[in-house]
Design a protein around this ligand. Structure first.
Ligand SMILES: *Cc1c(COP(=O)(O)O)cnc(C)c1O
Length: 422
């Protein structure tokens, strides 16, 4: 059975009408936006700045000034509270998520913890099209332990689905480590099916939710996910380099040990005891002192997501992604572009990939002309993310008009040197 997509806007005026009726419209005013600036479709790389961030960080600075070291008692409590708030966005329970380190470091910590819990198994499964940091971390861990990393090949647009992973599983697999939503195509896995397959082979699942959390609804508990990581500077609006989060299913916490034995993961930390003895709960996955200034910004960043609710956000995201796809088909496909996201809309996440021979030049021209901020992902993808909290249907409409104009401009085939950040 196919569910009919409710009618999408067919004109710019209809897009404007859709925005007028948008129940989430006012969340846009919660962000610092230059209304004369380019259309921002890169919130999946760096979320926009909430209006409340500067005040939240300022309050922390004032507290540091006033209370000095005495503030740590409250700050430690806040660290766990913010973890619990992120848990609510993920379908996890209180005490299952903590803010700590970077996504890369958390991936390392949890992958090693998982492998230690599955001794004697020599295979690790990943996705050849996955975000580099995951592949590199797994490569390093497997090299140092003499394990065999198998990066499963898949179509870059259609994604690595759970059936492919299931087919590669056997009782020698210790860990399956993949992104729930692919950073490039937006392909989104069925985590429940993936976990069921992995668990029946006795393997653990570590999911990277960097492009899922705050965009695509997930139910970590219902899906049976063992371990997960993700960043807070994308859809969670925590600001550049904001600390990451990690999730460990509560039933697994005391069974796992992470490899960085730091004092913040220690039971009775200030006893300064002679040996490492990990704290009983999620705290054992901490390493060193948490970044409290950055945590204040994380909290400001997730507040609007909690208020809007993931279901309402997803309703809007899906419509905006569908509108993007429809407009790309209508305006850009004749100009050498093609969709490089899953053909099945039900498999798409919160962003869309558009492949074009001159994708890099297209992104640069859109930025130089202050029209649209998109990002380029090699070798040939323009990635567009209409973030529900602050992107309007009219932004999607106009952005594709601008993209079509740039694709039709002869300047697009002029040679260009690559910038480091794309
Ligand atoms: C953005 C992203 C990361 C970022 O890792 P950091 O350590 O925070 O730089 C990790 N994994 C995925 C899938 C990402 O998209």
């Amino acid at each position: 059975m196919t569910i009919a997509t409710p009618r999408l806007p067919r004109s710019r005026d209809e897009a404007l009408a859709e925005d007028l009726a948008d129940p989430l419209a006012e969340f846009r005013y919660g962000f610092r936006i230059d209304e004369d600036g380019p259309i921002y479709l890169d919130g999946n790389s760096l979320g926009r700045q909430p209006q409340t961030t500067a005040t939240a960080v300022g309050e922390l600075l004032a507290q540091w000034e006033r209370e000095l070291i005495g503030a740590w008692q409250g700050w430690e409590r806040r660290l766990f509270e913010v973890g619990d708030e992120v848990a609510r966005l993920l379908g996890a329970r209180a005490g299952e998520v903590i803010i700590s380190d970077s996504t890369t470091v958390n991936c390392y910590k949890l992958a090693v913890a998982a492998l230690d819990a599955r001794p004697g198994r020599a295979r690790v499964l990943g996705d050849a099209n996955d975000f580099p940091t995951l592949r590199y971390v797994l490569e390093g861990i497997c090299a140092s332990r003499g394990l065999h990393l198998e990066l499963l090949e898949s179509d870059p647009a259609e994604g690595l689905d759970e059936r492919q992973v299931a087919a590669a599983l056997d009782n020698d697999v210790a860990l399956v480590c993949v992104s729930a939503t692919n950073y490039r195509s937006g392909f989104t896995l069925d985590l429940g099916a993936l976990c069921a397959a992995a668990h029946s082979a006795g393997a653990l699942v570590l999911a990277d939710l960097s492009h899922t959390a705050g965009s695509v609804p997930v139910d970590l508990e219902g899906a049976g996910v063992d371990l997960a990581v993700g960043c807070t500077y994308k859809y969670l609006n925590g600001g550049p380099g904001a600390p990451a989060w990690l999730y460990v299913r509560s039933a697994l916490q005391t069974k796992l040990r992470q490899p960085i034995w730091g004092w913040w993961g220690q039971r009775d930390q200030f006893a300064m005891g002679p040996h490492y003895d990990p704290a009983p709960g999620i705290a054992r996955f901490l390493t060193g002192s948490p970044t409290m200034l950055a945590l204040a910004a994380v909290r400001a960043g997730i507040a609007p997501l909690l208020e809007a609710g993931m279901d309402a956000l997803w309703d809007k995201t899906r419509r905006l992604v569908a509108l993007l796809a429809q407009r790309v088909e209508e305006r850009c496909v004749g100009l050498g572009a093609r969709l490089a996201s899953p053909s099945d809309p039900a498999r798409r996440g919160g962003h869309l990939a558009i492949a074009h021979e001159h994708a890099f030049s297209a992104c640069r021209l859109l930025a130089e002309r202050a029209l649209v901020i998109a990002d380029f992902r090699g070798p040939d993808v323009i990635r567009l993310a209409p973030v529900a909290l602050y992107t309007r249907a009219v932004d999607v409409w106009d952005a594709i008009e601008h993209l079509a104009a740039v694709l039709a401009d002869p300047a697009i085939s002029e040679p260009r040197s690559r910038t480091r950040f794309t």
